[in-house]
Design a protein. Structure first.
Ligand SMILES: NC(=O)c1ccc[n+]([C@@H]2O[C@H](COP(=O)([O-])OP(=O)(O)OC[C@H]3O[C@@H](n4cnc5c(N)ncnc54)[C@H](OP(=O)(O)O)[C@@H]3O)[C@@H](O)[C@H]2O)c1
Length: 291
């Protein structure tokens, strides 16, 4: 069955919002966006009835419990939203025989690697949020092996809460900032990830069989400190930045030291070239400047 109507959860999040912006360029699809009020993932038992009302041909689940530090204590709610609800969505998609895309994180890995993580690298979540996302992946794939899980990292957008917007605000407010410089990863512009997600559904419509775990992040790797330096340069801000170690910036949830994702599988399967994170950052800051 060809995909026409796509149900997108998490309408007010970074990725949900970017999908809504991208949707206008894909008039062959009818997108339906639902926020937490219309579809609350903390109540998985209600999902089936709500989805039946929309009768979608595909589901993209961008909704998630993303408060990484708070997840260390709000464990039950984080697990319900990131694991049990995701498994239920996968089950519903299987029953309806429709594609299901959901998202996971670099935090499913322990951060001890020295070369990019492959989709099949063994999971060893570094914190409780990472554990809920790892459980969500595994439970969804066990329920429905056709589930598509896209792991991503260091997501930013002109909409929502993220490192880019926080840095720009703080650099305007303060004369100096300390930024962690010993964690390495790949920033991801939610706009680019949104486009790749829609391309997946286009490829499925053309008969390509896509399922299982994928990685998506912008190309190039950096540290939070170098990321902040680039934000400062592009936005033309004046603030003294100092690189500090993770030990000097303790957080309730541990962060991985190395979380570079290998994205070759999605590039090959979709035939796409992923933009460099600096190009993506420039676009995002331009978007903020024009807002
Ligand atoms: N942000 C990152 O750096 C990052 C990194 C790696 C992976 N990811 C993953 O990428 C995906 C997209 O993330 P994002 O950056 O777009 O996240 P986000 O901006 O934090 O958005 C998450 C959305 O989920 C919604 N939500 C939270 N609890 C909900 C519930 N009980 N029912 C329904 N909706 C609920 C939130 O609603 P409200 O607006 O009402 O709060 C929010 O709109 C997620 O799976 C996330 O885990 C993100």
């Amino acid at each position: 069955m060809a995909i026409h109507k796509i149900l997108v959860t998490g309408a007010n999040g970074q990725l949900g919002w970017e999908l809504a912006q991208a949707a206008v360029d894909f008039p062959k699809f009818e997108f339906v966006f639902v926020d937490r009020n219309a579809m609350d993932l903390s109540n998985p038992a209600e999902l089936k009835g709500i989805i039946a009302l929309f009768a979608p041909d595909a589901i993209i689940n961008t909704a998630a419990y993303t408060a990484v530090d708070k997840a260390e204590t709000e464990t039950e709610l984080a697990h319900t939203i990131n694991a049990e609800a995701v498994a239920e969505l996968a089950r519903i998609a299987l029953q309806k025989n429709i594609p299901f895309i959901t998202y996971s994180t670099d935090y499913v890995f322990n951060g001890n690697a020295t070369s990019p993580y492959l989709p099949e690298t063994q999971l060893a979540p570094v914190n409780y949020y990472g554990k809920t996302k790892a459980d969500g992946e595994q439970m969804a794939l066990a329920e429905n092996p056709s589930t598509i899980v896209i792991r991503t990292s260091w997501v930013f957008s002109s909409h929502g809460n993220n490192f880019v917007k926080t840095m720009m605000r703080l650099m305007k407010e303060r004369d100096a900032l300390n930024i962690v410089g010993d964690q390495k990863g790949r920033p991801t512009y939610a706009k680019d990830l949104a486009l790749a997600s829609i391309k997946m559904l286009e490829a499925i419509n053309k008969g390509q069989e896509l399922k299982g775990i994928y990685h998506y992040a912008n190309t190039g790797e950096t540290t939070w400190f170098d990321f902040a330096l680039k934000i400062k340069a592009i936005a033309g801000l004046d603030c003294n930045l100092t690189s500090i170690t993770s030990d000097q910036f303790p957080t309730p949830a541990k962060r991985p030291m190395y979380s570079v994702l290998d994205t070759r599988k999605i590039e090959i399967d979709l035939g796409i070239q992923i933009p460099h994170w600096e190009t993506a950052l420039q676009q995002c800051i331009d978007m903020l400047a024009n807002a």
